[in-house]
Write a protein that binds this ligand. Structure first.
Ligand SMILES: [Zn+2]
Length: 146
């Protein structure tokens, strides 16, 4: 959760870089009932700075589930690993969509832990993805940086 107010110009740059989508679960802000926020990837309380390379655009759900965590348990191996870092890692190298586009699959220890900790496949998001798919909004546009 953010503790420092993000300067407006920096917030706009973060939103633009993310193409208006959560950088964790890829949900678009445009169809969200709750406002998105700028997440400190490394939380301020453990030394994370309010600078572009430590910020990610995040939906309310991912930000809330992430909280101040930087690590989580890989459910396949049972060990603690870092959470996905959208500034240092490519989404497409860690995650994949299920064949029906309703679930996000973790391909690596980092992404398995992130899928579980941030509850990427919670029921409301599976419902949203089903609707987005029907509306032709999933998969995300090819120009979204991954
Ligand atoms: Zn999200």
């Amino acid at each position: 959760m953010s503790e420092t107010r993000i300067p407006a110009a920096l917030r706009r740059a973060v939103v633009r870089r993310a193409a208006g989508r959560c950088e964790y679960c890829r949900s678009p802000e445009a169809v969200s009932a709750a406002p998105y926020c700028v997440d400190h990837i490394v939380p301020e309380r453990v030394g994370g700075k309010t600078e572009s390379k430590n910020l990610a655009f995040a939906c309310y759900g991912c930000n809330g589930h992430k909280g101040s965590a930087t690590t989580a348990t890989d459910p396949a191996m049972g060990n603690g690993v870092p959470l996905f870092n959208p500034r240092q890692q490519r989404w497409s190298e860690h995650f994949a969509w299920s064949s029906d586009w309703e679930e996000i699959l973790g391909l690596t220890p980092v992404s398995r832990a992130t899928v579980a900790a941030l509850a990427f496949n919670r029921a409301p998001f599976r419902n949203l993805r089903r609707l987005l798919r029907r509306a032709g909004e999933l998969p995300p546009e090819a120009n979204v940086q991954d």
